[in-house]
Design a protein around this ligand. Structure first.
Ligand code: COA
Length: 168
């Protein structure tokens, strides 16, 4: 049921978005690539999940599981030998779940040119030792961008929960 109302069982101190932000960089190796010499989409999705999970772990300081990925698009190929740069940031903390936004860039090692290649929104749920969802700290917003992402995350949550809980 979307928007289940439950009381917070403990009062938790807020944390700024900057405290959990992640920048992850890897070099694209031949093993990551398709026969055209471009990174595989599945490899990009794996790295998105990892970068986003680290941001969620840092915010919640607990185990987290991936609940959903809204969508991932691939705007430009990333070539073998390029760097793949992933920036992940908690957009909004709900009760036990968090939306993390991930932006992916390619970076050419010789020129330093960066291209925005993918974006994704990943939702994680914090889990306690018994495997039950647990409350996460509120997110402290400090910048106009953080406030915009926080606002937009509410609309995305409505859509994803409508999909999750719709009757089959
Ligand atoms: C994600 C999971 C914990 C949710 O469990 P559940 O029984 O539906 O739990 P609840 O109904 O109490 O919901 C818990 C939170 O998950 C959120 N949630 C559940 N399904 C969701 C979805 N598809 N997208 C976004 N959020 C979702 C709920 O909105 C709620 O968030 P809130 O407390 O911030 O409001 C459970 O479905 C699960 O364990 N899934 C498998 C996770 C997994 O193995 N991932 C891949 C490997 S890490």
């Amino acid at each position: 049921m979307p928007g289940k109302l439950r009381k917070r069982t403990e009062s938790v101190e807020g944390k700024p978005a900057s405290a959990s932000q992640v920048e992850m960089v890897e070099v694209v190796l031949p093993n990551d690539a398709n026969p055209l010499g471009n990174i595989l989409g599945g490899r990009v999705m794996h790295l998105i999940d990892i970068a986003a999970a680290i941001a969620a772990h840092r915010h919640a300081n607990s185990y987290v599981v991936t609940a959903s990925v809204d969508y991932v698009d691939f705007r430009h190929p990333i070539r073998v030998g390029d760097l793949i740069v992933l920036k992940a940031s908690v957009n909004r903390a709900f009760r036990t779940s968090m939306e993390v936004g991930v932006k992916v860039f390619s970076e050419h090692v010789l020129t330093g040119e960066r291209k925005h290649t993918s974006s994704a929104y990943v939702t994680f749920v914090a889990i306690d030792e018994a495997g039950q969802p647990k409350t996460v700290p509120p997110l402290i917003l400090r910048t106009a961008d953080e406030r915009r992402r926080h606002r937009d995350a509410a609309a995305r949550r409505r859509i994803r929960l409508a999909h999750r809980y719709k009757r089959a």
